[in-house]
Ligand binder design. Structure first.
Ligand SMILES: [Fe+2]
Ligand SMILES: [Fe+2]
Length: 183
C-alpha cells in the first residue's frame, strides 16, 4: 500500500485518522491489560507467580498512562467501549487466576501474542508519519514480548486447556482491537 497521501485511494484513512485509530485502540488495549492484571492480582495468592504478575502490571500501568497523556496531547477521544473493557478485562483476569497460576500465565501468552502482532503492524503504518509514536510503540512491544516470555517460563503451556485458552482469548483480543479502532 502506498504511504503517501497523493496515492491514497477513496476509502483509505488519512494520516490523522490513522493516528486517532492507533491511539484509541492502543489506549483500549493497555486499559484491558491493566484490568486483566488487576483481576488476577485480586485472586492470586502471595508467591512468585503473583510477583511476576505485579511486575507486568506495573509496566502496563506505565503503558496506559502514556496513551492517556497522548490522548490529551493529540486530542483523541477514547473508545466508547472503554467501560466494557474495564469490566471484561477484570473478569478475564479473575477467571483465569481462579483456574490457577498457569492459566493466569496462559492468558498473558494469548493476549501478548496478539498485541505483539498488532504493534508490529501499527509501527509499520506509522513510521513515516509519526516517528515518535512509532518509537513508543516499539518500546512497549518489546516489553509485551518480555511478558509473554515471562509467562511461558512460568509454565503457561502446562495450563489445562492451554490451546483452547489461546484460541479463545486470542480471538477475543482480536475482536476487541477491531472494535476499538472503529468505535
Ligand atoms: Fe502494555
Ligand atoms: Fe503486557
Amino acid at each position: 500500500m502506498s504511504k503517501t497521501a497523493t496515492h491514497a485511494l477513496p476509502g483509505d484513512l488519512t494520516p490523522r485518522q490513522r493516528l486517532e485509530r492507533a491511539i484509541r485502540v492502543d489506549h483500549a488495549g493497555e486499559l484491558g491489560a491493566v484490568r486483566i492484571y488487576a483481576g488476577q492480582l485480586a485472586l492470586m495468592e502471595t508467591g512468585p507467580a503473583k510477583d511476576k504478575v505485579r511486575k507486568m502490571a506495573e509496566q502496563e500501568a506505565h503503558h496506559l498512562e502514556t496513551f492517556e497523556a497522548l490522548m490529551t496531547e493529540r486530542r483523541v477521544r477514547p473508545t466508547v467501549l472503554a467501560p466494557v473493557w474495564h469490566v471484561a478485562g477484570w473478569a478475564l483476569g479473575a477467571a483465569t487466576a481462579a483456574m490457577g497460576e498457569k492459566a493466569a500465565m496462559a492468558c498473558t501468552v494469548a493476549v501478548e501474542d496478539v498485541i505483539d502482532e498488532h504493534y508490529q503492524g501499527q509501527a509499520k503504518q506509522l513510521e513515516g508519519t509519526e516517528p515518535e509514536l512509532c518509537a513508543t510503540i516499539e518500546e512497549f512491544r518489546v516489553e509485551e514480548v518480555e511478558h509473554k516470555q515471562m509467562a511461558l517460563n512460568a509454565g503457561a503451556e502446562e495450563a489445562p486447556g492451554y490451546l483452547l485458552m489461546r484460541l479463545g482469548i486470542g480471538a477475543g483480543s482480536r475482536m476487541a482491537i477491531w472494535l476499538s479502532e472503529r468505535v
